[in-house]
Write a protein that binds this ligand. Structure first.
Ligand code: ATP
Ligand code: MG
Length: 259
């Protein structure tokens, strides 16, 4: 089932064409690996899906309806959450506090006792959210995230995204700074989330990680979609060839034919 379609999305910054005529469909439960060289347009594409950028042209269709995803609160309201590389967490706060960061509405106003009770509810909600995903971090109730390992922090950030994002989770380099064991835990979590029906788009430079979880690979090159293939029907060599331009992309070829 198609969850979201991008139709001929372009994005320019002044004279720079960061994205040109990018179209693809995301199906429910897809784990799409988004790859490409530096400057290929991966982050720009993620930011369009996250509502952080407005496309210069093109259309986004979510569950059959044209939608404006920006500003980010709009995308979030539609069930799309993003985990950026910096994780957007406050180090001195606990996992639970970070879960509710920027959602202070949930905390509310009112008498101190009221807020205290809500705080307790928030803590319990966040901790059971982590437990439900089998994320086991010693001392998670009281430990500030800055005292967690990089892998644990990434798990908390992804769990927070999954907690609020009912439909789609966008991950920018979720394993970039992690060791082998930590990466494995993060990749396992990504697989578990997709099994629950969450659609995941993951930017990665690590093709092994891509192959271990993604059912599809989308290659970006110079702002265009160079390839879009089921990962089962391609291989790393092919993907690298599309990344470097040794193999021509779909749109590149179409352009040549028309020019
Ligand atoms: N806010 C911006 N203002 C101007 N140019 C931008 C902006 N954001 C991105 N670009 C340009 O758009 C192009 C695509 O950038 P983007 O960040 O999407 O690439 P990327 O594939 O994420 O690269 P990397 O692997 O280095 O993160 C680049 O030429 C970049 O310089
Ligand atoms: Mg980037």
């Amino acid at each position: 089932m198609t969850l979201l379609s991008l139709n001929q999305i372009s994005k320019s910054f002044g004279g720079i064409h960061a994205l040109q005529d990018v179209s693809f469909d995301l199906n429910k439960g897809d784990i799409v690996g988004l790859v490409g060289d530096n400057g290929a347009g991966k982050s720009t594409l993620i930011k369009i899906l996250a509502g952080a950028h407005d496309p210069s042209s093109g259309q986004v269709i979510l569950e059959g309806q044209a939608q404006t995803l920006s500003p980010p609160a709009n995308a979030q309201g539609l069930g799309i959450e993003t985990v950026y590389q910096d994780l957007s967490m406050i180090g001195a706060f606990t996992a639970a506090e970070n879960f509710f960061l920027g959602r202070e509405l949930a905390l509310g106003r009112g008498p101190a006792l009221f807020r205290l009770i809500r705080r307790k509810t928030m803590l319990d909600t966040a901790v059971s959210g982590l437990e439900e995903l089998h994320i086991d971090i010693p001392g998670v109730r009281s430990k500030p995230v800055e005292r967690m390992s990089g892998g644990q922090r990434q798990l908390v950030a992804i769990a927070r995204g999954a907690f609020w994002g009912s439909k789609m989770l966008l991950l920018d380099e979720p394993t970039a700074a992690l060791g082998v064991r930590e990466s494995k835990e993060v990749l396992n979590l990504i697989t578990r989330l997709s099994a629950r029906g969450l659609t995941i788009v993951m930017v990665t430079h690590n093709l092994e990680h891509l192959w271990s979880v993604c059912n599809r690979v989308v290659v970006m090159r110079r702002g265009r979609k160079a390839a879009d293939m089921p990962s089962a029907s391609t291989n790393m060599e092919d993907v690298v060839a599309y990344i470097t331009g040794a193999k021509e992309g779909l749109q590149g070829r179409a352009l040549e034919l028309t020019s």
